[in-house]
Design a protein around this ligand. Structure first.
Ligand code: GLA
Length: 788
């Protein structure tokens, strides 16, 4: 039987069924043939009828393939009619010119599964996607080009290779556009470009590349924020906004409505929770605030996509990082989403299902909650009796006169060891490494001498007096590449130089032997294991059997820092600092007998055993404080003179303050004297920028918080560095209790270099709450550090 695209001439049982489904408005997309989806006046139109998109974001590489369909069905049961996905360029093209769209990367199969389950699909091919994914989805090999620029027309390598990728993706996915009988209703152009720039020519080129790739019929769209969507125009492309749980819907769309009075409204990323970063508190977002704004959207018939409906896990090396300040994302992408990391519905899930059953489009029905494909199991402690010390299991060295990052040696991810000889010295000295990306352990003649953690801004290790010919080893462990903002050019290893300061002499070290340890190193090579008593970095190996196969979380809380592989697959990273102390193992990757587990620990374990548990464990374990204030420390502004004092108006949006005359300085202090509500003891700020002489914000890439009198880290990490992280939905908020619970509240920032300051900009919180919104302020700029 020939499948017809014209419903009225379909023959046979499936054709009749398709007609019935269409008539009933129950659009089982696979059988209905070609359809239409477009923007209409204030509504999206599916086959000419108003349609509210209720989408759920899922990421196919973050879900083991065997569980794809279960998670799709859960989304349908939650009340969704659409699944939204990114394409991850660097997953599909791990080596330049070599594409892989098979197996776990078979995105076409994923989209067809969505269609099989009677749902539509939104595809976001990037090329930049953000997503807390290594380099925001851009391939590492771009970084081999020394002066690479991304997300701009000025770099031909970026433009050509991204066009090639999009065209490859189009050749596979364009047949799945809804107009061709598939289920793809929309395709996104780039991602939140308004945060990055306003170059319309660049966005036009990306739009045209997407069209040329075969996405020539489908509705295109873009996503931005309410504060920046107006920075550029992109004709022929629908516009949507992203914002977080508990947002004020009226406020979010106010300006948008004024500029686009007839456009359908959509929140293309409604953040259900948030991601965790190493060494910072576990992030959660409450059910009630989340549901409140979702209901508000439904009452206004605003389309939405839940980011994330189910986050899953950034297996292997895929988790990214934010900056400034450099804050790597953990491997779990649980996200406090309605469906948790192991694929189980949470309280948020049931609340959404309860709500959405009242807002279905004509003919739609709520899906059944599917049976879990596999149960969570406990695994009795697996003991490690074999170890392969890192220094005795190195690959062949590559000689390099100058130090270079790993990309220059053709290495994409993993760890790297740099070795050289040091000159003799009768006195102790210092080693200065510029820059460590991202964590370094320094050894002299095999003895651990010190470490550097990029998160903590250090770059120096003290070294003792040295005999002739001492051997220096610098082992670098990496965390994710920055996936957001201008720091995205984030090469790994040592990026510039290593300088030795000895007896008044400064020497740049050269003649390196470089040992590349890519992620697959311990599973692709035969390491020499022996009895497990090792001091220093090592791979540990064990083999275990299971009485029953199931999903489990490995309890890593006795281990230091590294990566875990099970049956040849990397589960991701662990780090004792937390907040995640467990790692998710999908049962589908396990077998009953002979499971091999390998752990690389670069820091050292307390106990060489790992048990499997049925719930994730969270806990912070830091050498340093999370807070930007030492116990008892008190800022003394008695001799400081404000560059300006004033009063901020109430209400949302950026507020620009210009000084009466520019002030030169490296440090600034913002002091909140009270809040808009006079009885409110709290200060909260979403973002702050310092305006330079050209009227533009000065770069905050090297900013550091030196002092914040109070920070609330109880529910979410509301630390003071959130004022320059460029994430408007996460804020600095002072604590409700403690030594410094009342006004004034002060924040001191070291800008890293002296700046001529013309003024500053401040963005109050954008959610429904009014807590802490600053009224009266004092703003100080100084060349010298402030006094405490
Ligand atoms: C933005 C990006 C997403 C993701 C979220 C935060 O909205 O578009 O890719 O990074 O932030 O989780």
């Amino acid at each position: 039987m020939k499948k017809s695209t014209n419903v009225s001439v379909s023959v046979g049982f499936s054709g009749i069924l398709a007609i019935c489904l269409l008539i009933g408005g129950l659009l089982k997309t696979g059988e209905a043939g070609a359809q239409t989806f477009a923007t209409g006046k204030n509504e999206f139109l599916l086959n000419g009828k108003p349609f509210v998109i209720r989408a759920a974001e899922l990421h196919y590489p973050r879900i083991p393939k065997a569980y794809w369909e279960h998670r799709i069905q859960l989304c349908k049961a939650m009340g969704m009619n659409t699944i939204c996905i990114y394409l991850f360029w660097n997953l599909h093209e791990q080596q330049e010119g070599v594409y892989d769209f098979t197996g776990q990367s078979d995105v076409a199969e994923f989209i067809k599964l969505v269609q099989k389950n009677g749902m539509y699909c939104i595809v976001r091919p990037g090329p930049y996607v953000c997503a807390e994914w290594d380099m925001g989805g851009l391939p590492w090999w771009l970084l081999r080009k020394k002066d690479i620029q991304v997300r701009t027309l000025s770099d031909s390598l970026f433009m050509q290779s991204s066009r090639r990728f999009i065209s490859k993706a189009g050749s596979i996915l364009a047949p799945l556009q809804i107009q061709n009988g598939g289920n793809i209703i929309m395709v996104q152009v780039e991602n939140e470009y308004g945060v990055w720039g306003n170059d319309e020519k660049y966005m036009t080129a990306i739009r045209d590349n997407i069209r040329a790739a075969g996405f020539d019929k489908v509705q295109l769209f873009r996503c931005d924020w309410s504060s920046n969507f107006d920075r550029y125009n992109l004709p022929g492309v629908a516009s949507t906004l992203n914002f977080g749980a508990g947002s004020d819907i009226e406020k979010q769309f106010q300006h948008f409505r004024q500029l686009n009075p007839e456009a359908p409204l959509m929140c293309s990323e409604y953040w259900t929770g948030w991601f965790d970063q190493w060494g910072r508190p576990h992030e959660t977002r409450g059910v009630n605030t989340f549901i409140g704004s979702l209901k508000d959207m439904m009452d206004r018939r605003i389309s939405f996509s839940l980011y994330m409906a189910h986050g899953g896990t950034s297996f292997g090396q895929w988790s990214g990082a934010n900056a400034p300040p450099y804050a790597p994302t953990v491997s779990s992408y649980d996200y406090d989403a309605p469906i948790d990391e192991s694929g189980h519905p949470t309280e948020k899930f049931y609340a959404i299902r309860e709500l959405l059953k009242n807002y279905l489009n004509e003919g739609e029905a709520l899906g059944e909650i599917p049976k879990e494909p596999i149960a969570l199991i406990e695994v009795p402690a697996i003991k490690f009796t074999q170890a392969a010390p890192l220094f005795q299991n190195l690959p062949k060295a590559v000689a390099s006169e100058a130090i270079q990052p790993m990309e220059m040696f053709g290495q994409g991810w993993g760890d790297i060891l740099y070795r050289t000889q040091l000159p003799a010295s009768a006195k102790a000295g210092k080693l200065q490494i510029t820059e460590v990306h991202d964590w370094a352990a320094v050894y002299i003649d095999g003895k651990f001498t010190g470490k550097i953690d990029r998160r903590l801004h250090g770059n120096t290790v003290n070294i003792p007096a040295l005999p002739k010919g001492a051997q220096l080893d610098i082992l670098i462990a990496t965390t994710g590449r920055v996936n957001y903002g201008r720091a995205i050019i984030d090469r790994k290893g040592i990026t510039e130089k290593v300088v030795l300061q000895q007896e008044e002499k400064t020497t740049e070290l050269r003649n390196w032997k470089v040992y590349n340890l890519p992620v697959e190193y311990p599973v692709k090579n035969k390491l020499k294991y022996s009895a497990a008593k090792v001091n220093g970095p090592a791979w540990y190996r064990a083999v275990f059997n299971l009485s029953k196969i199931g999903d489990t979380y490995l309890d890593m809380s006795h281990w230091g820092k590294g990566m875990v592989w099970v049956n040849g697959r990397s589960l991701g990273r662990f780090w004792r600092i937390g907040p995640t102390q467990t790692m998710f193992v999908p049962g589908t990757w396990l077998k009953k007998t002979g499971n091999e587990i390998i752990v690389l620990d670069v820091e050292g374990a307390k106990k060489l055993a790992i048990a499997g548990v049925t719930k994730p464990i969270y806990g912070i374990n830091l050498d340093e404080s999370l807070l930007h204030r030492k116990p008892g420390q008190q800022l003394d502004l008695s001799t400081a003179t404000p560059a300006i004092t004033g009063s901020l108006p109430a209400g949302g949006g950026w507020k620009d303050i210009l000084l009466s005359q520019p002030v030169q300085g490296r440090y600034f202090c913002f002091e909140a004297m009270n809040a808009q509500n006079p009885t409110d003891p709290i200060t909260s700020i979403a973002e702050m920028e310092v305006i330079g002489m050209d009227g533009k914000p000065v770069s905050a890439l090297n900013w550091r918080v030196l002092y914040a009198d109070s920070e609330d880290i109880t529910g979410a990490g509301n630390t003071a560095d959130k004022v320059f992280d460029m994430q408007e939905s996460v804020i600095w908020q002072t604590a409700r209790e403690g030594a410094k619970a009342g006004h004034p509240h002060a924040l001191v920032i070291d800008m890293g270099t002296s700046v001529q300051v013309k003024g500053f900009r401040i963005l109050p919180r954008g959610d429904k709450k009014e807590t802490g919104v600053v009224k009266d302020y004092r703003f100080y700029v100084q060349e010298k550090p402030f006094k405490y």
